[in-house]
Design a protein around this ligand. Structure first.
Ligand SMILES: *Cc1c(COP(=O)(O)O)cnc(C)c1O
Ligand code: SF4
Length: 365
């Protein structure tokens, strides 16, 4: 496992104390988000700065010192670097992607609440993240002016959920809900918990990966009050599994909160069998259950991340043949046009043979 190194290229954090480094408020206050900072970090490796200006104007840039410290910045193809450092292809090579292919905005009965399946809904409680993932499927939201998210806005969602008796699970998402002020988040969870037909809460956050210090004792004791509460995070590459991220997941698990993982299949980041195997083994080692592997949505500004489905299926088939079932995520496509998530299965010679053998076994016994 890698540990965070405080001395980085450009010496940005030389001399910072371990105490500061491990404090999420320090990490948050020292996030990197400007062009001069970026060019200082990248040093000689900086491409055309003008490109970055354009990209960032469209899609803001922000990364925690912690996540940055896991990157070998000299390597342009570093799998973590590609996930957080802006790339000119986000605006130059956009071929045919649309801002909102899943038409989430059309499934919003009230602002910020997506109700696509009768039994569960997803709430967008903030637009802010600790680190902006360049492959984000909601990157449209960073761009446009949005109404501020205040208690009244959240109360409208709570009222809607209270009236819809079919909703038994509420997903608290964003943005990253753990960027919210803790008291505010607790008020929201508590309000949802007080609705009798809401059986289960789910929080989606990338904090364990990009700002693991955010998972504090206080946060865990707050969250545990609202169980059954499931925590979903997003590890995409084995380099993200560090002592710090393992500790964050362990604290949640200790608080009785199951932690699952949703990865996005990303070209040249995790679309090779060996890399994905290492990631899945790593997750099992830290007791995080792989849940979904998402086909990267055709979202504007993410073309260069997309792996084709055939490649994804081939990789899945090899994984199924070699890995324990507990390590296996479901490969899913969030189908454009509001159709929802569809599991993708390899229709392999292997499974045909297995089914054939099963049939002849039944006939002879
Ligand atoms: C993904 C998603 C959910 C949750 O679906 P699960 O299959 O239960 O993980 C709910 N609502 C929306 C709009 C979603 O996109
Ligand atoms: S943490 Fe989630 S919402 Fe935020 S940028 Fe990354 S993928 Fe998007």
């Amino acid at each position: 496992m890698k540990t965070a190194e405080c001395i980085l290229t450009g010496g940005l954090w030389e001399g910072v104390s371990h105490r500061d480094w491990s404090d999420w408020t320090w990490q948050s206050a020292n996030r990197i988000h400007t062009i001069p900072q970026l060019s200082k970090i990248l040093g000689k490796a900086t491409g055309n700065l003008g490109d970055y200006v354009h990209v960032i104007r469209n899609y803001p840039f922000c990364v925690t010192p912690y996540y940055l410290s896991l990157i070998n910045l000299a390597n342009e193809n570093d799998p973590l670097r590609m996930q957080c450092i802006p790339d000119a292809r986000e605006i130059h090579f956009s071929m045919g992607g649309v801002p909102d292919p899943l038409e989430e905005e059309r499934d919003m009965p009230v602002a910020g609440l997506i109700h696509r399946y009768p039994d569960r809904c997803l709430t967008i409680v903030t637009y802010t993240c600790m680190t902006y993932c360049r492959h984000c499927n909601r990157k449209r939201m960073w761009k446009s002016e949005r109404p501020p998210i205040n208690r009244r806005y959240l109360q409208t969602m709570i009222d809607y959920i209270g009236e819809k008796k079919t909703i038994r699970e509420v997903i608290v998402s964003g943005g990253d809900p753990l960027t919210m002020e803790e008291g505010h988040l607790e008020w929201f969870l508590k309000s949802l918990r007080s609705i009798p037909h809401v059986e289960v809460l789910r929080v989606g956050s990338r904090a364990p990966v990009v700002l693991p210090m955010r998972v504090t004792r206080d946060l865990c004791s707050m969250l545990r009050k609202y169980r059954p509460l499931w925590f979903n995070t997003q590890f995409n590459h084995p380099h993200e599994i560090t002592r710090e991220s393992a500790r964050a997941c362990e604290m949640l698990l200790d608080a009785g909160i199951p932690v699952s993982n949703q990865s996005v299949l990303l070209r040249r980041i995790n679309d090779e069998y060996e890399t994905m195997r290492e990631l899945l083994y790593g997750l099992q080692r830290i007791s995080v259950r792989p849940y979904y592997l998402f086909q990267c949505d055709p979202v504007e500004g993410t073309d260069h991340f997309r792996t084709d489905i055939a490649t994804g299926l081939k990789m899945m088939e090899k994984l199924w043949g070699n890995m324990p079932g507990l390590c296996m995520p479901q490969y899913v496509l969030d189908a454009p046009g509001r159709r929802g998530k569809v599991p993708l299965f390899p229709s392999s010679p292997m499974s045909c043979m297995a089914v054939g053998a099963y049939g002849s076994f039944q006939q002879t016994h």
